[in-house]
Write a protein that binds this ligand. Structure first.
Ligand SMILES: [Zn+2]
Ligand SMILES: [Zn+2]
Length: 392
């Protein structure tokens, strides 16, 4: 492995790690990132950047303008933690009850603040500007949508946008990147099955909602296995089943909740159509009443080709052959909203802690941690990218 951390990043290594640890210790939930926002704004103000606060409630935007005109490049980090009680033994473990940075967003902020510090030093030689975007509520709240509504992509208008996710599923020293779809759309469904309850020993004349639910869960699996083109990835997951009263009671109601993942709108629509057809069929076969509510989640995250090449080239200068192309995931991200408006690239920086099997520390687990050296890789790629794009 031949990683070339930028010397300017090496010089502020301790600062970047200190920022990450501070943010890790004081995590906040979506749209309540008040202290986090204050901290981030303070760091940006210290650099003399033009800083806007309260964008989408708790978002912060810093603007670095060079003396010559040129494109405006948006670099984005997310700020929210998750409602998880941290269980690991880190010395900078969360002190906020049931809130934890278990996805690496603390690291995203640290990498971007580190890069802002360095790039401010390049100010006199920039042809264009850099917008440092710190958004709230990535974990389900769709903070990006509100940032856009609050004008984050305007004044000056952002020409290209980039985002990094630290990624424990990838080895340290690698970068996962791809043009086109890189993350899936994530829709949510809630199915309610209404039957007719009764005595567990007298099933005749009842409509067993649990039996109908069991057939339904099995039938839903055939959408991916029988209706999807095997060369295109989709997922249908039933993640929750709730129903029944007691061992000797036939259940009159079952609620199922789950998620649909797809990379294309056509597949997204096909899955919803097939689910509805299966629901009608199962309802008829069992005499149950079944309804389903679909909620739109984040759209698929789709990278544009030229910007993906630019990001991949910058990454290559830092991690060399560690760039893994193409790399994709069935996860979802609200970075997708920016990428619907502006060309850009979202990519992954491998952050699996040393000597640990990546499957042992997945994102969103209560003992989540990252390899902090990956912060230096991320910061270096940010600096390299701006250096390549607008430094003269
Ligand atoms: Zn997450
Ligand atoms: Zn995340």
């Amino acid at each position: 492995m031949n990683i070339k951390i930028r010397p300017e990043v090496k010089a502020i290594r301790d600062k970047i790690i200190e920022i990450r640890r501070h943010l890790h210790k004081y995590p906040e939930l979506a749209f309540r990132e008040f202290k986090t926002a204050e901290f981030v704004a303070g760091e940006l103000q210290e650099l003399g950047l033009k800083v806007s606060m309260n964008v989408a409630k708790t978002g912060v935007v810093g603007l670095l303008e060079g003396p010559q005109s040129g494109p405006c490049i948006g670099l984005r980090a997310d700020m929210d933690g998750l409602p998880i009680q941290e269980t690991g033994s880190l010395p900078f473990k969360s002190v906020n009850d049931k809130v934890m940075h278990a996805c690496g967003h603390d690291g995203h902020m640290a990498m971007l603040l580190g890069a802002a510090r360095i790039l401010t030093g390049f100010r006199d030689r920039l042809s264009g500007s850099v917008k440092f975007i710190f958004q709230p509520a990535e974990e389900g709240g769709g903070g990006a949508k509100y940032m856009i509504a609050d004008g984050v992509l305007d004044n000056p208008s952002v020409d290209e946008i980039y985002g990094i996710h630290l990624w424990n599923y990838q080895e340290f020293g690698t970068v996962g990147i791809k043009d086109g779809p890189i993350l899936a759309a994530a829709d949510i469904f809630t199915i309610t099955i209404l039957g007719k309850g009764g005595h567990g020993a007298v099933p005749q004349n009842t409509v067993d909602a649990i039996v109908a639910a069991s057939h339904l869960v099995t039938a839903l699996q055939t959408i991916v296995s029988r209706n999807t083109n095997p060369l295109e990835s989709t997922v249908v997951t039933v993640g929750m089943i709730e129903g029944g009263h007691n061992f000797n009671v036939i259940a009159d109601k079952v609620v199922l909740k789950g998620t649909i993942r797809a990379y294309t709108d056509a597949n997204r629509k096909m899955i919803i159509r097939r689910m509805n057809e299966i629901i009608v069929g199962i309802a008829k076969s069992f005499g149950a009443e079944i309804s389903c509510i679909f909620e739109d989640g984040y759209p698929p995250t789709i990278n544009s080709e030229p910007e993906t090449s630019k990001a991949a080239n910058a990454a290559k200068k830092i991690v060399g052959s560690g760039v893994q192309f193409p790399y994709m995931s069935m996860g979802a991200e609200d970075m997708s909203y920016y990428l619907e408006k502006v060309p850009g690239c979202f990519f992954f920086v491998g952050s699996s802690p040393e000597g640990v099997d990546p499957s042992e520390i997945p994102h969103h687990c209560s003992h989540f941690d990252i390899n902090e050296e990956a912060l230096l890789v991320g910061s270096s790629i940010w600096v390299q990218l701006i250096d390549d794009l607008i430094r003269t």
